[in-house]
Design a protein. Structure first.
Length: 125
């Protein structure tokens, strides 16, 4: 299963990437929403973990653009956004987006995606 990790902080991308690779994920990385949408449009991606506040294009706008590119429900990825700001958290929840509040325990995030990975395998068997 492939996950796209999107964060403008290089250390966060690298840390999350290493952890997800160790848990059996194929990882792609992007440094902002604009790059994420490009990578998403060119690849089959199962999961996305994306920061909300980024330069070029924020995570909410990137999320909306990605959803417009998903005509096929089976190809729609599970998307979880990350933020440490309460207003962004509320805004994302109002749009029906799954959100992880920063700081978060990386092991909990990985466990959540591993569970989603198991569910996805069950659905498409």
């Amino acid at each position: 299963m492939r996950i796209l990790i999107v964060d403008d902080e290089q250390l966060m991308r690298e840390t999350l990437s290493a952890i997800f690779v160790d848990n059996g994920f194929d990882v792609l990385l992007a440094c902002d929403g604009k790059e994420a949408v490009k990578i998403f449009s060119e690849n089959d991606i199962d999961f996305i973990l994306m920061e909300i506040e980024m330069p070029e294009m924020d995570g909410l706008n990137a999320y909306q653009k990605m959803m417009k590119l998903c005509a096929d429900e089976k190809k729609k990825p599970y998307i979880v956004l990350m933020t440490g700001k309460l207003d962004q958290l509320e805004q994302a929840k109002k749009q029906g987006v799954k959100v992880i509040e920063k700081p978060f325990e990386v092991n909990k995030a990985v466990s959540m995606f591993l569970e989603l990975k198991r569910e996805k395998y069950e659905i498409f068997r």
